[in-house]
Write a protein that binds this ligand. Structure first.
Ligand code: MN3
Length: 241
């Protein structure tokens, strides 16, 4: 088995990554969007596969996210894009084919999404409420935690069709709630609202249809049960540096 076949044999396995070869994204705080010798791989969830049930469906990672990784690899195969990190691809996404925009965005967005949730907000590595400086900034910007949730919920429920809702830190270091279409995100050069993500919610129908059918608002409410505010607070502090 040569090196390329060896790598190919890894692609498609949920546990297919080697720590030494992971490209750790700065925007993800060192969490892997997983870069493996020119090809991206799907990292395992940071908790049990069904840990977010009943709020978030367990097949979302294993099927949907995996498809973005596989299709991203197909789109970059044999091109100079194989040499680039996911952050490099996204920040210049207007130069690359639409398949890279859709699947590269899908890969980054889902990797980020898994990291800012936790099965139990009481876990050692989680928190049920925004902490420290993020908590202060939410109060100063939105008038309180509940007001922020309300505004975020509005962005999530009114995004027409498929997309994402985001809490971001803008380039001038302000908190802002925005939404993007399809698999776009605020790191892309094409984004109308650019910034560093603190929190994200997938509002594609595939994210909620099995559990909530067409009731997107119920899914958005359930999301607050699994947000890991410790991670979100860390994202905020690192974006403010
Ligand atoms: Mn999704």
């Amino acid at each position: 088995m040569n090196r390329k076949d060896f790598i190919k044999a890894f692609i498609g396995s949920t546990f297919a990554f080697k720590l030494s070869d992971i490209y750790a994204s700065k925007a993800l705080g060192g969490i892997p969007p997983v870069f493996f010798d020119g090809m991206f791989t799907l990292a395992p969830l940071p908790y049990a596969n069904d840990a977010l049930e009943p709020h978030i469906d367990k097949i979302h990672h294993d099927r949907h996210h995996k498809a973005y990784v596989d299709n991203l690899n197909k789109a970059i195969a044999g091109t100079d894009m194989e040499k680039l990190s996911i952050d490099q691809l996204l920040s210049n996404i207007s130069k690359y084919p639409v398949a890279v925009r859709n699947n590269g965005g899908g890969h980054w967005n889902h990797t980020f999404f898994w990291q800012i949730m936790a099965a139990n907000a009481g876990d050692r590595d989680a928190a049920p409420m925004p902490l420290g400086k993020l908590s202060d900034a939410i109060k100063a910007t939105f008038g309180g935690f509940d007001k922020m949730k309300e505004e975020f919920g509005k962005a999530a429920t009114t995004r027409f069709g498929s997309g994402w809702a985001w809490l971001i830190v803008t380039p001038d270091k302000k908190l802002k709630i925005v939404s993007t279409a399809n698999q776009d995100n605020p790191l892309m050069d094409v984004a109308s609202d650019k910034g560093t993500p603190v929190l994200a919610l997938d509002v594609w129908e595939h994210a909620y249809y099995l559990k909530y059918q067409n009731k997107r608002a119920d899914y958005v409410s359930a999301y607050w049960n699994v947000v890991n505010w410790k991670k979100a607070s860390e994202n905020f502090e690192s974006a403010m540096k």
